[in-house]
Design a protein around this ligand. Structure first.
Ligand code: FAD
Length: 321
């Protein structure tokens, strides 16, 4: 049997900065071809791995007779597990399935892991997930994992052949390689950076083997974060996440959604653009400058957030990889 490739090994062993990116499952009803159309233009840069995000259910209300409202749960972007398997098969490139705590009982998580294992997808990014729109704070499913660290521990148990039911004998251990998220500008709910780093260390101590960061637009924040991690005994590879700005609206959307700051110099440049074509050029130039400096500092990989659009990432990758 061929040994499955582990993203952590690629990151540890590489002598040069690798290229990777994240895609979103398409909106329900679209075909797998829409995924390939986003990936194809990036394959010539030889991505080391491709991440597929997970999107939990949303609740909508439909008006019924006499003004009653009926609550529906819908998943707008299902398909993470299937897309991961399709990508690995088609491109012979490792895919990384994002798994979240939100909306999953531990049993459902175990079943998703069993599916991934059978499909040969052995790289996962273990996340908590955000609160759903109607919740102010994250609420785990009853019998579900509360923090990403709990999910990491559950996956490690499967790697040790321990399933939830304790009467399964001679269970084959899984071989999941686990990545986790890190926040150069602190996670929005953490009281301070020290506490957030402590929580990050708990994920690594539990068995996660590398970190992918939230997007950032000021490299100094990433360098400070890496130094803080190292000073606190976090010694795994840390992969910076990069997103080229593409629209003026993102000046408001990105800080609100991702709790990050945009440097004044960047916002001034974007504000002075007359249309989004100009913004795209500014965004690419800024991201390219960030990547060049990160590569000079020997980061193991640069991970791009495509958000369903590969053009800008392609233009940047052409210059670097
Ligand atoms: P955790 O590591 O669990 O941390 C959440 C908060 O709780 C932090 O403030 C932390 O300091 C604190 N904390 C942790 N453990 C404890 C504890 N034991 N006691 C008290 N406090 C604790 N979301 C999706 O829904 N789908 C995706 O595909 C997705 N992909 C992502 C990819 C990357 C690279 C990143 C950076 C984020 C992604 N997210 C995704 C968003 C992520 O789910 C949210 O940022 C979420 O709010 C936190 O997830 P986490 O795994 O970092 O949580």
């Amino acid at each position: 049997m061929i040994e499955p490739i582990k993203v952590a090994d690629l990151l540890k062993e590489t002598k040069k900065t690798l290229f990777s990116f994240e895609i979103l499952p398409p909106l329900k009803g679209k075909s797998i071809q829409s995924i390939y159309d986003g990936i194809d233009p990036l394959m010539e840069f030889n991505p080391a791995f491709i991440n597929v995000t997970y999107h939990r259910e949303e609740f909508i209300y439909k008006k019924r007779e006499k003004g009653y409202l009926e609550k529906f749960s819908i998943k707008k972007r299902p398909g993470t597990v299937g897309i991961c398997a399709a990508i690995s098969n088609k491109y012979q490139t490792p895919s990384v399935a994002h798994l979240i705590c939100g909306g999953f009982t531990r049993e459902e998580t175990e079943n998703a892991l069993i599916d991934l294992n059978f499909l040969g997808v052995n790289n996962v990014l273990a996340l908590r997930g955000d609160p759903i729109k109607t919740e102010q704070y994250f609420v785990p499913e009853e019998g579900g994992n509360k923090y990403a660290v709990d999910l990491v521990k559950q996956i490690i148990q499967l790697n040790n052949g321990q399933y939830m039911e304790d009467n399964i004998e001679n269970a084959a251990p899984t071989t999941f390689c686990i990545g986790v998220s890190g926040y150069p500008e602190k996670h929005s709910e953490a009281p301070n950076m020290k506490e957030d780093i402590l929580r990050l260390k708990q994920k690594i101590d539990a068995g996660a083997e590398y970190i992918v960061t939230q997007m950032f637009f000021d490299n100094q924040k990433f360098f400070d974060f890496v130094n803080l991690c190292r000073a606190n005994g976090i010694n795994v590879p840390i992969v910076p996440g990069i997103k080229p700005i593409a629209t003026k609206r993102q000046l408001q959307v990105l800080p609100k959604l991702f709790h990050i700051d945009l440097p004044e110099e960047l916002t001034d440049q974007v504000e002075s653009c007359t249309d989004n074509d100009e913004v795209k050029l500014i965004g690419e130039k800024w991201a390219l400058k960030q990547c060049r400096e990160l590569m000079e500092n020997n980061v193991p990989c640069i991970h791009f957030y495509t958000m369903g659009k590969s053009n800008a990432v392609r233009n940047i990758a052409k210059e670097l990889f």
